[in-house]
Design a protein around this ligand. Structure first.
Ligand SMILES: *[C@@H]1O[C@H](CO)[C@@H](O)[C@H](O)[C@H]1NC(C)=O
Ligand SMILES: *[C@@H]1O[C@H](CO)[C@@H](O)[C@H](O)[C@H]1NC(C)=O
Ligand SMILES: *[C@@H]1O[C@H](CO)[C@@H](O)[C@H](O)[C@H]1NC(C)=O
Ligand SMILES: *[C@@H]1O[C@H](CO)[C@@H](O)[C@H](O)[C@H]1NC(C)=O
Ligand SMILES: *[C@@H]1O[C@H](CO)[C@@H](O)[C@H](O)[C@H]1NC(C)=O
Ligand SMILES: *[C@@H]1O[C@H](CO)[C@@H](O)[C@H](O)[C@H]1NC(C)=O
Ligand SMILES: *[C@@H]1O[C@H](CO)[C@@H](O)[C@H](O)[C@H]1NC(C)=O
Ligand SMILES: *[C@@H]1O[C@H](CO)[C@@H](O)[C@H](O)[C@H]1NC(C)=O
Ligand SMILES: *[C@@H]1O[C@H](CO)[C@@H](O)[C@H](O)[C@H]1NC(C)=O
Length: 643
């Protein structure tokens, strides 16, 4: 070995140890990072900054990646559109204090726009969050906002914890995520994700200039179109709407888990990945679009998409497909009866929805639902309204101006929306006549039939228990009085979810009502107006909770005392849970219910019933006055037709 090679090797070795010993997280204006393997590492060692080549590309880019993950996962790239084709790249702070990446001949391939004039000395630092910040060299105070520039304001395809997605309305800065063109090319692709600056803001993914997916507006708890997104063990999130800022942000609940959201154009997905040390791999935690119904405006105006329906596009009650046979879904639906465009019109409340596109909306957070309804009726272009915030019992007013589009319906979760209808569609103006008389007769017959079945069954179970416990005769007599008071809730006007939300009515819908009656009898509580200080479950919810916990006996009204045959009572609860199943096909028919009540045949396990907390749905009082009337009319009329 000649002396020159020896010196060279020694020098390289020295450089290596220098780097190793001084792996720093920042540089000042007299330092630089060239493309020779030197990197900056965040203090806690999570992130690393330097030059790299993506995928199979030979081009050099300056960026940030996770230091300890062997399969290089890049989270940010500086010179996305200006790759360097050799290893001459250098990052430095130029004489006026701006970070720049230069290649051969001092060609600037990237520079940071600092919003403020740099003072004497500046420092470029890689923080533990993965944020690359430019700050005053003198000011070591890390308080947010004091940065002259930060990479979090210029995201690439990755949203990291504590990064803001959305607007700084003071400066007009719009932080959006944009996919890479391909795994080899980090240049911005045509898949972008950001927050739409509207009265009722929501997050949108665009494909080119076209909307691809909407999250639905923020309702105070989550996004209307993503009811499954809720705080969990991995991350927490918020959506900030103020005069100054409008953004979405998530942060880690468990710091030992890494989590990132990536927009991927190759597979048209936005994916959230989590890294667990135990498995040493990224796993997909969630992905959007979740299903076909997430495709923007798939079912056109006034159509809704429900993945369990066939076809998945359906028209709201009061509307019919625009194209014959609904062959072209995108044409949407049209009204059966035209609007009057005056105060003559009314509204029907549809539940379980992802609210429509909010591009043309108007919001007032201090109005209540009644004022909202009035305001909407006054404006001939207002087609729907709802509470802008669903926390508690709901507050605020959101109004849709113009046609409603991109609505999805969920089997559980989702929100209510009051859609404008002509008065004749609602039926509020229906002439009193034979129809209603017949309807009332039918309704009465149904209720009495239900009472007879229940009465017969209660009678039967009572005689049984008297036979069993002779000594409790007196107690039973006392209970006789109590029983009459239980009968009161039987007369409440209950609807199956599918009917209450979109007017689908079947023979299974009265089974649902019967299930609730049965629950009310057993528990001695009314489903409507059932409140509990510890939880916000309704009676169905409570019954299901106790059932799952194996304590269904707790539901039984104490008034039954010892007279109650517990196994019979549990069987009643079991049957009522089967009756209130979310999907009509899971409910028994009335004939089967009678059979179940009268025999000891084994019963199927109930699935989770629908709407465990949503009192509104089962309680027509919460909808506006006109639809209530229509419900009564329509229920009974449909019954007549069904029989
Ligand atoms: C930059 O940092 C180096 C090493 O910490 C130090 O020696 C040098 O004086 C600093 N230069 C400026 C301008 O702060
Ligand atoms: C690298 O790029 C420069 C200018 O962008 C060009 O002149 C040069 O030929 C390129 N070199 C190679 C090896 O492609
Ligand atoms: C760099 O500058 C030298 C002299 O100014 C010039 O001859 C050479 O072509 C330049 N190279 C590139 C890649 O621009
Ligand atoms: C430093 O970079 C900034 C941003 O590109 C630029 O505006 C400024 O002119 C540069 N200063 C010098 C001395 O080149
Ligand atoms: C820097 O500012 C200029 C002028 O305002 C703008 O055109 C450019 O896109 C900005 N660059 C970045 C990386 O934001
Ligand atoms: C997009 O996803 C595909 C399939 O998972 C993956 O191979 C590819 O690397 C991803 N693209 C980017 C830019 O990450
Ligand atoms: C609206 O209702 C009023 C009062 O019932 C009626 O006179 C008018 O013709 C209706 N207009 C339309 C467009 O239906
Ligand atoms: C919002 O509603 C409140 C209460 O009705 C009203 O006082 C206020 O003027 C409304 N604001 C706007 C901008 O309409
Ligand atoms: C309805 O309300 C919207 C939003 O406030 C407004 O732009 C429009 O002019 C109103 N239309 C009528 C007819 O009042």
């Amino acid at each position: 070995m000649d002396i020159r090679s020896f010196l060279l090797i020694s020098f390289k070795l020295l450089c290596f140890f220098y780097e190793f010993a001084y792996a720093s997280d920042s540089i000042n204006s007299s330092e630089s990072i060239s493309d020779d393997g030197r990197t900056l590492v965040s203090k806690d060692g999570t992130f690393e900054l330097g030059f790299f080549s993506p995928g199979s590309s030979k081009n050099r880019y300056f960026g940030i990646w996770y230091k300890n993950i062997p399969d290089k996962t890049v989270v940010w790239v500086a010179n996305r559109i200006n790759p360097i084709n050799d290893s001459t790249g250098v990052l430095m702070i130029n004489s006026t204090g701006s970070p720049v990446v230069v290649s051969q001949n001092k060609t600037v391939v990237w520079s940071a726009n600092s919003t403020r004039e740099a003072k004497r000395s500046v420092v470029l630092q890689l923080l533990n969050s993965g944020n690359l910040v430019l700050r005053d060299g003198q000011n070591y105070d890390d308080d947010l906002g004091s940065y002259l520039w930060q990479s979090f304001d210029y995201p690439c395809d990755t949203l990291l914890p504590e990064m803001k997605l959305g607007w700084d309305q003071k400066t007009g800065l719009d932080r959006r995520i944009s996919s890479w063109k391909s795994p080899d090319d980090p240049a911005p692709g045509d898949f972008t994700w950001g927050v739409e600056l509207k009265d009722y803001p929501e997050m949108v993914i665009w494909k080119g200039s076209k909307k691809f997916y909407r999250s639905g507006p923020w309702n105070g708890i989550g996004f209307s179109g993503a009811p499954e997104l809720r705080p969990n063990t991995v991350f927490n999130f918020k959506f900030v709407v103020s005069e100054e800022e409008l953004y979405y942000m998530f942060w880690l609940a468990d710091k030992s888990v890494l989590s990132r959201i990536v927009l991927n154009q190759t597979i048209n997905l936005r994916q959230r990945f989590t890294w667990r040390e135990s498995t040493k791999s990224w796993s997909v935690f969630a992905a959007v679009p979740r299903d076909y119904c997430d495709n923007y405006a798939l079912c056109g105006t006034y159509g809704y998409c429900m993945i369990s329906e066939s076809p998945i596009c359906q028209c709201f009650k009061g509307f019919k497909p625009k194209s014959p046979e609904y062959t072209d879904w995108s044409q949407g639906c049209v009204r059966n009866k035209p609007l009057n465009y005056s105060k003559q019109d009314g509204f029907i409340n549809f539940e379980g929805l992802k609210l429509p596109d909010t591009t043309y909306t108007w919001v007032n957070n201090s109005m209540d639902l009644k004022e909202c309804r009035e305001k909407c009726l006054q404006n001939s272009s207002c087609m729907a309204f709802t509470n802008s915030d669903i926390r508690g019992t709901g507050s605020g007013c959101a109004m849709w101006i113009g046609d409603l589009i991109d609505i999805k319906r969920f089997a559980s979760g989702g929100q209510g929306l009051y859609i404008r209808m002509s008065a004749s569609e609602i039926g509020a103006k229906a002439e009193p006549g034979t129809k209603i008389v017949v309807a009332i007769v039918v309704a009465t017959v149904v209720v009495i039939a239900g009472l007879l079945v229940v009465g017969y069954y209660m009678y039967k179970s009572r005689t049984k228990s008297i036979e069993k416990t002779e000594s409790n005769r007196e107690a039973n007599q006392e209970n006789e009085d109590g029983k009459e008071d239980l009968e009161l809730p039987l007369f409440d006007g209950y609807m199956a979810p599918e009917y209450a939300s979109d007017g689908l009515f079947s023979v299974k819908s009265d089974v649902f009502s019967f299930g609730i009656l049965l629950l009310e009898i057993v528990s001695g509580k009314k489903n409507r107006g059932f409140y509990h200080p510890d939880h916000d479950l309704n009676l169905i919810g409570l019954a299901w909770k106790l059932w799952k916990e194996g304590n269904p006996l707790e539901l039984i009204d104490s008034i039954f005392g010892d007279s109650c045959d517990l196994s019979e009572a549990i069987r009643c609860i079991h049957i009522s849970l089967l009756c209130v199943q979310q999907h009509p096909e899971d409910r028994p028919t009335m004939a089967v219910v009678v059979l179940m009540l009268n025999s000891e045949t084994p019963l199927p396990e109930p699935k989770q019933p629908g709407f465990l907390t949503d009192r509104k749905l089962l309680d027509p009082d919460s909808s506006s006055s006109k639809p209530e009337l229509s419900y009564t009319n329509e229920v009974t009329i449909s019954l007549l037709e069904a029989r």
